[in-house]
Design a protein around this ligand. Structure first.
Ligand code: SF4
Ligand code: SF4
Length: 254
């Protein structure tokens, strides 16, 4: 079987998703038998090629340069897959989309005048066509490996499409929302982490983003029953997938 060329690119991100790829350890060597890892920003000192079979993109688009970069990556890749919350949903940096950017810069940087960014941080899908997306902060390395193997053999990847609550039920984890009255985003969030937070007795805070058809409004009402202020419920979603949760809520309002 011919090895396909893969490029792993980075836009605005913390590199955590690329590290998740490296954390595949021995499995990475197995993948290297299927794929020629021709470019890997975090791990290899190589120049970009003209063409790739597959581009994996970490990070959101937050600068003019990245806007051009993602178009170039798209033109060079037959198949483009976003990896992680930044690339798929804008990342935590999308918090600025609803804030005062100048004020954010002033609070965070000693020399804010040196920071040149777009007013918004947006997912890759807002700029180019994407073929597949993997959620998570960071992306789940096993899901990535499963997707790459599936692509090679031409089958649908075995990635869960149900909500996180299902994982709690499968694993017999007591529900923190029901038993402790703690707010949990699990009912509206994709499975993918193995219900890590609920297994430690705390609510999910949405690393894997809103699941398709998530009824955010219904969960908000449940939070109201718990005497949680609406602004706190919104804050719970205002993290690495804020853009996706807000977009889902807006869609539901129309
Ligand atoms: S999704 Fe999370 S881990 Fe991945 S690059 Fe963004 S902030 Fe880092
Ligand atoms: S703990 Fe959260 S994710 Fe688990 S079943 Fe309860 S609401 Fe769902």
């Amino acid at each position: 079987m011919k090895r396909q060329r893969i490029g792993i690119f980075k836009l605005a991100s913390c590199d955590g998703c690329q590290l998740a790829v490296l954390n595949l350890n021995e499995e990475l060597f197995d993948l290297a038998e299927l794929y020629d890892i021709a470019y890997f920003r975090e791990a290899l000192n190589r120049s970009p090629l003209k063409q790739y079979d597959i581009a994996l993109v970490e990070g959101s688009v937050t600068t003019e340069r990245q806007k051009k970069e993602i178009i170039e990556i798209r033109e060079r890749a037959r198949f483009l897959m976003t990896i992680g919350a930044c690339a798929t949903a804008g990342g935590i940096q999308a918090l600025r989309n609803w804030a005062n950017l100048a004020e954010f810069k002033r609070q965070v940087y000693p020399s804010p005048e040196l920071i040149s960014v777009l007013p918004t941080s947006t997912p890759v899908s807002e700029h180019v066509y994407i073929d597949y997306e993997l959620w998570g902060c960071p992306v789940d390395a096993e899901a990535l490996s499963e997707t790459l193997v599936s692509l090679m053999v031409g089958r649908r990847p075995g990635i869960p499409i149900y909500s996180l609550c299902m994982d709690c039920k499968i694993k017999g984890i007591p529900c923190v929302l029901v038993s402790q009255g703690d707010p949990c985003l699990g009912p509206v969030t994709r499975a993918g982490c193995g219900a890590l937070c609920p297994s430690f007795g705390r609510g999910c805070f949405g690393c894997f983003g809103p699941k398709e058809g998530a009824n955010i409004d219904a969960l908000m009402h449940r939070f109201e029953d718990l005497k949680m202020a609406r602004k706190d419920a919104v804050l719970l979603m205002d993290k690495m997938n804020t853009y996706a949760y807000r977009r889902t809520r807006l869609e539901q309002d129309h």
